[in-house]
Design a protein around this ligand. Sequence first.
Ligand code: G4P
Length: 347
Amino acid sequence: MKKTNNNQYGKNARKPRVGRSGARMNAANDRSQKNAGKPRPVRENKPVKASRSRQQSAAASSEHTQVIQWYPGHMTKTRRRIEKDLKLVDAVAEIIDARIPVSSRNPDIAGLTAGKPRIVLLNKCDMADPRATAKWVSYLSRENVRAIPVDCKSGRGVDRFVPALKELLSSRIERYQAKGMVNPTMRVMIVGIPNVGKSTFINRIAKKVKAVSADRPGVTRGNQWFTVAKGFEMLDTPGVLWPKFDDQTVGEHLAFTGAIKSEVMDTELLAVRLLELLRELKTPEFIERYKLSEEDLSLPGYEILSKIARNRGMLIAGGEADAERAAYTLLDEFRAAKLGRITLEEP
Ligand code: G4P
């Protein structure tokens, strides 16, 4: 029998690369590899201790990555709620971060939605590389899926949502009409991992909270629906999913973009990892902002961080570079897109 590749991106879809080089980074240690896919609950905000001095561990980061321990609780409960709510809707709008379309995506979503028509909103596209976003749009679009780049903060692209939904659901609407429903109401649910912009999107698109309606079997009391357009409603609470845990690169990319709080990891080590990507990308904004020469870019990551600290006048007693402050600054400025419009993952 012919084996098909039926992954989260669709039947026979090629899996996208995580990281520019396409190489998956090493798991931090054997334990994390052994326990891959088996998230253990840990206290949030638990700092990850570096086993060696900061400088040593950061300098050696090409070989070792820190284990980012960030496991939200209530996973089973949340999943069950989403599964229940999915029965009430005709389509799903999945919001992802256009800078990290792989890492900001829950790998179970295709299975969970069980072939329901889907709109993938590539949000925060104002901060992503427009060329990469265009590639992602064509990569993700397929018969039952529409991909739209949006910037929910300014509202750009959001007006494409309803027309896409209408087009995606046109045959379903026709089916309902053939069954005798004159004006069937189509319902959509928003899903996404934390921080991708679900609330921002809902606030932009929701017209008003509609009283509970039950014009179709299965649409039960207890749920509130927003009107998004005539004949289209959206569940008022988004389905909060969780990112993939067992891939260190995913954890890092979520941390770079701020989806995982910096307090749960070693900031300098994280900044060094980010620098390893930025020095490959060499965006003019990055080079000019930190006044880095070609020679600087060939230095080990931790030394580039020290260079940035010096160039920015971030010094500690004795005139030493304040690498910690530089690390926070680098991450803040990356998250604010001051280092250019950057996409970390390519299709
Ligand atoms: P969530 O419900 O999925 O958890 O995400 P939420 O809407 O709370 O958005 C998370 C952060 O992302 C917010 O920033 C929000 O303003 C920002 N954001 C959402 N969409 C976009 C977008 O398209 N472009 C940009 N640049 N940012 C976006 P915050 O700093 O946490 O809050 P705030 O200070 O902006 O209120």
